[in-house]
Design a protein around this ligand. Structure first.
Ligand SMILES: NC(=O)c1ccc[n+]([C@@H]2O[C@H](COP(=O)([O-])OP(=O)(O)OC[C@H]3O[C@@H](n4cnc5c(N)ncnc54)[C@H](OP(=O)(O)O)[C@@H]3O)[C@@H](O)[C@H]2O)c1
Length: 331
């Protein structure tokens, strides 16, 4: 009998070990699935109609517009013109940390390495994943005779496998070949969307459309309260082309013109917002994408805080009336 008792004890011991192991495995599995559901969700929220709509993204999400290429593009991002590699790395990191998911650079700016470094650091720190961020660069006129090589050079400096958007920086003598090189870049998976920059008239856009096999997704142009060019925006709507604004504040040396404009100041005071925020809010609410440039962390944070208020139809109209079709640059 003592032998039977011993066997019973052994059996009980074995059973309890099995139960405990099972519990441990179950807990681990539960933790794993918990971790899985804790992973950050995509930052993409598609907005179908931007005009006049109060753009209020769900918490922690960035508003995006659907491009004709099928990809979503954040409606507000960071511009990096005049920033060297060191400044660009820092401002890109600060921007991503503060919710930006669109970064604008160009081969011409000479800071693609810095932009790539800032992005790499943000990925390493778990702030973003590559697929959450929309990176734009541009092929500069000096490279128009070998655009394919320019695409590879941008990718290399940015340390990327693909660019979300590549633009022809400005019209040139051989735009067609440059555009075709970008189309080839799309075929090869190096570029997701392509577009043009500094094309201001229907005629200029029609010329590109006459040879484009892939319709441009974006036209990036000078655009601000004094140069609104709504005629172009209305014309390209039929092609699903989005207008992206450079110089939203008029550019360095000119920002006072915009920030001290009486109408802008009045509207800003009415909302408890800054003139910069009212201008950016007007642009995204009017259906534009905008890329304010800044290397100042406080401004970077300020410029993205435009999704918690809306301008009334009357305020939108008052800002529309500021248009003088006046550009600061002529390229
Ligand atoms: N495709 C093209 O041909 C083209 C041409 C020009 C520009 N771009 C792109 O468009 C982006 C925007 O243009 P941009 O940077 O030249 O001009 P911008 O955005 O109109 O103005 C930049 C200026 O505004 C200041 N600023 C930014 N936020 C501010 C705020 N909240 N309060 C006060 N001042 C503020 C900046 O100074 P701080 O640095 O001190 O903030 C800087 O002096 C460029 O960075 C570039 O990515 C494209």
């Amino acid at each position: 009998m003592p032998c039977l008792k011993m066997w019973k004890r052994l059996l009980l011991l074995l059973l309890s070990v099995l139960v405990m192991t099972g519990c441990a495995i179950g807990t681990k599995a539960a933790n794993q699935s918990q971790n899985k559901s804790d992973t950050p969700k995509s930052n993409v929220t598609v907005i179908k109609e931007t005009k006049g709509a109060p753009l209020k993204p769900a918490e922690g999400k960035i508003m995006t517009v659907q491009l004709n290429s099928g990809y979503a593009m954040p409606v507000l991002g960071l511009g990096t013109w005049t920033q060297n590699n060191t400044n660009a790395a820092e401002s890109v990191y600060v921007a991503l940390k503060n919710g930006y998911r669109l970064i604008d650079t160009a081969r011409y700016y000479g800071n693609e390495k810095g932009v790539g470094e800032g992005l790499k650091r943000a990925i390493a720190d778990g702030i973003v994943k590559r697929e959450d961020v929309f990176i734009t660069s541009k092929i500069m006129p000096g490279n128009y005779d070998n655009a394919a090589a320019a695409i590879d050079a941008s990718l290399k400096d940015l340390q990327l496998d693909y660019l979300d958007l590549m633009l022809i920086h400005q019209p040139g003598s051989n735009d067609k070949a440059v555009y075709q090189a970008m189309e080839q870049g799309v075929k090869e998976g190096k570029l997701r969307s392509i577009g043009i920059s500094n094309y201001y008239t229907k005629q200029q856009v029609d010329e590109v459309l006459s040879y484009a096999k892939i319709t441009p997704a974006v036209i990036q142009n000078e655009n601000h309260i004094y140069y609104q060019n709504t005629a172009l925006q209305n014309y390209v709507k039929q092609y699903g082309i989005v207008i992206e604004c450079w110089y939203p504040f008029g550019g360095r040396g000119n920002t006072k013109d915009s920030f001290e404009n009486k109408t802008i100041v009045e509207i800003a005071n009415a909302h408890g917002k800054t003139p910069a925020q009212v201008i950016l809010r007007w642009q995204v609410q009017a259906g534009y994408v905008t890329v304010p440039g800044s290397a100042n962390p406080e401004h970077i944070v300020e410029n993205i805080a435009v999704f918690d208020f809306a301008l009334s139809a009357e305020e939108m109209e008052r800002i529309a009336e500021l248009n003088r079709q006046r550009r600061y640059e002529n390229w």
